[in-house]
Design a protein around this ligand. Structure first.
Ligand code: AVJ
Length: 313
């Protein structure tokens, strides 16, 4: 037949990322692909686990300090949220804000974003909701007229970035809407390792399912053939880098395929699926300064397990 028949199909951006991550000596998969519909549901269950303290701790901080935060922000501000999955926290913030000019949730999943925006309009019929379907880690343009935004980045999602990438991302945020915005940044703080490791190794096994679901998602969306029964979940504190790392460990020797490319995995070989960096308040402040932000205020819980940092540029 013709040569064209054997030409490889062009790769999607997702396939390119997956191929890149599996080609390294220390194999990686991008954690942003945890959140297909099933992954988003599993993450919601994680947030309710007794061991997973970040969500309820951040919520408690907000419940205590939102009146103060809102007063400092002043009236008629646009709220912009990179990643739109943080439901209740965002509702509390929207309720606390003084006549918000509007709300821009940004998410990579168009379907989830539209459903979320619809849902929100029911609860806030007078709110101008302007969903933006985009990869918030790439360069993007906020809707016309959104100036001096209040950027809301809760849940310690920043912890998923390597520190250098976190710095570059915060720098980007400082330019959104033409700059001079403010940032409410939720960051999980350094704490005893037993507490940290328990939060990512729950006894009910939900985090393990969440981790394995990444492979299922990639099978569907990137043309991979991972056999989920041939991997196990592992999460551990890495003291060198100050992060919880999640892995999928190959249970035996095996070969997986991605868009026609084969990858051999040794028995017990680890694929890193997530970094969850933990910071001290001082480290957050240094990171903020290095990326064009300064600290207005920090809010925390009595145990100092989580911090909500109010930054300005
Ligand atoms: C949503 C990225 C903050 O790192 O704690 C939860 C994701 N991974 N359990 C985190 C997650 C495993 C979560 N973030």
């Amino acid at each position: 037949m013709t040569a064209a028949k054997h030409q490889p199909l062009p790769l999607t951006p997702m396939q390119t990322e997956v191929l890149g991550g599996l080609s390294r000596g220390d194999k990686h998969l991008p954690s942003k692909y945890f959140y297909d519909a099933a992954g988003a549901r599993l993450f919601e269950r994680i947030c309710e686990l007794p061991e997973y303290y970040p969500t309820r701790t951040e919520l408690a901080i907000l419940r205590t300090h939102l009146p103060t935060i809102s007063k400092q922000l002043g009236p008629m501000r646009w709220l912009v949220e990179p990643g739109s999955g943080s439901g209740l926290k965002t509702r509390l913030l929207l309720e606390a804000l003084d006549q918000p000019a509007g709300y821009v949730p940004i998410d990579i999943s168009d379907a989830q974003l539209k459903a979320y925006a619809q849902d929100l309009r029911q609860g806030f019929p007078h709110l101008n909701v302007r969903p933006l379907s985009a990869d918030f880690t790439a360069d993007l343009q906020l809707p016309e007229g959104v100036k001096k935004p209040v950027i809301w980045f809760p849940g310690s999602t920043l912890g998923n970035f390597r520190p250098a990438d976190a710095q570059a991302f915060l720098r980007r945020l400082s330019r959104w809407g033409g700059g001079a915005g403010e940032l409410l940044l939720g960051v999980d703080l350094v704490k005893p390792v037993e507490v940290l490791e328990a939060a990512y190794n729950d006894t009910a096994g939900v985090t393990a399912r969440f981790n394995l679901n990444l492979l299922r998602h990639l099978n569907h969306a990137a043309g991979c053939d991972f056999d989920l029964s041939q991997f196990r979940h592992e999460a551990r504190w890495n003291p060198q880098i100050g992060a919880i790392q999640m892995f999928l460990i190959s249970l035996g020797e095996q070969t997986v395929h991605v868009a026609g490319h084969a990858f051999a995995l040794a028995s017990q070989e680890a694929i890193c699926t997530e970094y969850s960096h933990k910071y001290t308040p001082t480290q957050v402040e240094q990171l903020a300064h290095a990326s064009g932000w300064s600290l207005r205020n920090m809010y925390s819980d009595p145990k100092n397990w989580f911090g909500v940092f109010h930054l300005e540029c």
